[in-house]
Ligand binder design. Structure first.
Ligand code: HEM
Length: 135
């Protein structure tokens, strides 16, 4: 049974663009993870003003392994699993900076665009695509 993990981010209006830019520059961070099934960054339009980082995984264990992986920790700041949102302040540690740092226009020592994050977990009970195709 797949699991859905949604990271819910509170982002001040003036930081939205910056948040989206940071996500685009981190494309590729999750795609090759074992058991990864889907990712969407959802921009709020109505009903909430929080962004949702939707991810779907083959299993809870696959998600856990990803959050413990270097790929995740590199993208979210070292040494804290899901506890940290981003690693830009930790850039001094040798070999652990972002591959895309300056090229992607990141500043250094910037604070997170998100002011809060909350992780929601779900089990996929039913799922369907166009034509009844299971996904
Ligand atoms: C459900 C799985 C995920 C968890 C638990 C997670 C964890 C977090 C947390 C806690 C934050 C905000 C921390 C803060 O308050 O600053 C955050 C922000 C961020 N995450 Fe994730 N994340 C997940 C998925 C992803 C994925 C799949 C990507 C890349 C495609 C990603 C890239 C980023 C980026 C770029 C930020 C923005 C940092 C900022 O605020 O400037 N995350 N994540």
């Amino acid at each position: 049974m797949s699991v859905v993990k949604i990271n819910v981010l509170t982002v001040p209006a003036e930081m939205r663009q910056e948040l989206e830019r940071r996500f685009s520059s981190r494309a590729g961070m999750v795609e090759s993870a074992d058991g990864f099934e889907w990712f969407e960054l959802l921009r709020p339009v109505e009903g909430t003003d929080r962004y949702m980082v939707y991810t779907r995984w083959r299993s809870e264990d696959d998600f856990r392994r990803w959050t413990e992986s270097r790929a995740f920790q590199r993208g979210h700041g070292e040494g804290g699993g899901a506890g940290h949102g981003h690693g830009q302040e930790q850039g001094q540690e040798a070999g652990q900076g972002h591959g895309h740092g300056e090229g992607a226009g990141h500043g250094h020592g910037q604070s997170p665009a998100a002011t809060a994050a909350e992780l929601w977990s779900f089990e996929v009970v039913q799922s369907t695509g166009p034509g009844g195709q299971e996904s």
